[in-house]
Design a protein around this ligand. Sequence first.
Ligand code: CP3
Length: 345
Amino acid sequence: MTNLFLDALAGKTGSRPPFWFMRQAGRYLPEYRELRAKADGFLDLCYTPERAARVTLQPIERFRPDAAILFSDILVVPQAIGQTVGFVEGRGPVLDPIKSAAQLAALDPGRTLEHLAPVFETVRLVRSELPDDVALIGFAGAPWTVATYMIEGGSTRDFNTVKSWAISNREAFETMLNLLVESTTAYLVAQVESGAQALQLFDTWANAVPASEFDNWVSEPTARIVSAVKAKAPDIPIIGFARGIGPRLPDYIRKTGIDAVGLDSSISPAEAARDIQPICPVQGNLDPAYLLSGGDEMERAAREVLKELSDGPFVFNLAHGINKETPPSHVERLAEIIRTWESRA
Ligand code: CP3
């Protein structure tokens, strides 16, 4: 069975561009809110395979994208290796922040597979229920982005704590990135063995990394995950999504060995077609604000993305996750615009 999404990641250009949306499952969907209310918190939802599988499938039933993304979170990895992680209503993630070498030494990547067994069960369940022509994407956070939460103890605006810690404790920070490379590799390989057909690495906060540390904190750890995953699962396509790195994209693509790159909206579709698509397949990059707004503005912006990028290997997506206030009818309309796009030469 052909899948347009997997074809695009392999560099092929098909009859229409495939699509999926980051955060396509989540709070903007009433059926998500209903299941979420029955769970004992967000993490409980992630670790209950039947419910996590249902939530993964909800947007597939509504919008029929070409790919489903496993419902889980990037912060299950620090939890798996022994850090305390919680999600507090109205506040987001809260972690017991890593401040010392002793706390770091207590983390154990060897616990990853056992702790995350329910997630692998979710992957198996989803794959068994998905239509053949819809691919299943597994994912993890890239080490830098996960490390920001581990050291800051939650979300941050300025990244001062993690950056100064990484600079003044270089050896300890390297140890932390190494732990994350090891744990994340095991996690991703097990997702593939359970049925994931492509992987995405989310480096949401790559934009906060100083240029002089970019190789150390972003490209090298990512490259090590890519090569270690491919040593065990040679055929798995890997999408790298390093947000906000603009001019460093070509370097990031070459150094990491990713198969395709996720684009945020700081690069225009025309620039991406000219500078990035010749290097590798691209995924993106409609700003989620257009989807939130809907109407003619959304249609115009979506058509611009389609016009500029659909002559080459391309997966339509957003530039970041769907905003939780987004009306599902806007998503429905966007899916229709993409599905009926026909101006391919
Ligand atoms: O549909 C999908 O995209 C799959 C599921 C998914 C979630 N998180 C579910 C989720 C994925 C791929 C993620 C990735 C993730 N998680 C990232 C990287 C991508 C990005 O969005 O930048 C990051 C940084 C996280 C960490 C995280 N998880 C934060 C900061 C929060 C709080 C956000 C908020 O608005 O409250 C979460 C929670 C989270 N992860 C929710 C969902 C659906 C909301 C949880 C809820 O139901 O209360």
